[in-house]
Design a protein around this ligand. Sequence first.
Ligand code: FES
Ligand code: FE
Length: 435
Amino acid sequence: TAEPSDLADWVQRTRQGIAEGRFPARAFNDQSVYDLEQKHLFSRAWCFLAHESEIPSAGDYVTRFIGNNNIIVARGEDGTIHANLNMCRHRGNVMCKSEMGNSSHFRCSFHGWTYKNTGQLIGVPYMKEGYEGRLKRKDWAMVPVRIDSYEGLIFGTLDPESESLGEYLGDFRFYLDLYLKHGEQGCEVHGPPDHWLANTDWKICAENFAGDGYHTPVAHQWGFHLGYFPSSGSTHSQGWAASVPGRGHGVGLGHSPNFPPFGGFPPELAEEMKTVFSAEQTEVFSKVRTAVGTVFPNLSFLMQPFSLVPGEPGVRFVTMRLYHPVGPGRMEMYSWCLVPKGASKEYKDAAYRAYTLAFGQAGTFEQDDFENWAKVTRSAASTMVADVDFPYSMGMDSDPDPNFVGPGHVVTPYVNDTNFRNLWSRWGDYLANEV
Ligand code: FES
Ligand code: FE
């Protein structure tokens, strides 16, 4: 583990390397890098907490993490959503030990302090006899977390001073809409998330889902060969890599010449989506087979068709995934299936089956990916890679595609490292504490 000044030098050398098209192996499994991410990145960035449809009714809650902080996200009696550190203010006990449920109040299992699910302290045993008027309940509410939402996605930040969520997402909202505005009612989760621990660094997943079209024909080649996936090795590079410069967000948009516009959705849903999207979004969407993107730092989306029966037309599904770091080279994955709220039960169930088959916990594509990601993470811990870089120079001289109507820096083909340089450049800004 490097000394602090060595680490600061390493961060600066790494940022220089990113600008020149390199990234260090060490970043993917190192205690000091992990600690620095906790200190400067997860303490300040807007991080995903939950989808509003996970807590639809008053009293519904989930517990999630931002960095190493466990947070209760709950819907109050008046319908508003609140987020608080999952810690009793008396001696720090964990207040809520379930991952999801419904409760108007939380009562601490240690000495019995009781809070509303908004975080307000309302009950203190032996208040009069013990504190004799010295303790004011209003001074000891749960520690609140600043939250905001976009299209049903609830984000939180531990930094009360940082920019708004809208500024943080910036032009990436154009691409987020392609996953979320599936009809007038938007999307909802189809059941609770799958989640599991993995010996994988969160950054490998964030990068892969920022648009790694390069790996698909190799890592997932059986999917092509067996007819689960309507692309082919020869056409797979077609499409675009779109990123929001300086923001870290990026999406890979895969295009297959023979894949029909809005393919894989029920026709009536496709028509409704066109009325919700802008004209530019409709134009982009109609060319896209696969859209795989990352909201910096650790939330990703994937929309793609997948055949329930090989050779038959694919069903288009959307998955949303969160890579929660729990240590160097170790993370907890949360994986949801999102479905259009207004769609038929038949389509929702089919989309969920396609998601489960491809990207659920035991999903076929999921297994392909984790096999590789865990090995990359293992290599990164090797002492011999302390000064080994990887090339990130693909598409470095590409000019933006002048005919593409979506915002951001958009280059073609889809197989390109541009989004990854943008992702790691933003990561470097945070680690250097220059955001
Ligand atoms: Fe919660 Fe004492 S730690 S009441
Ligand atoms: Fe993959």
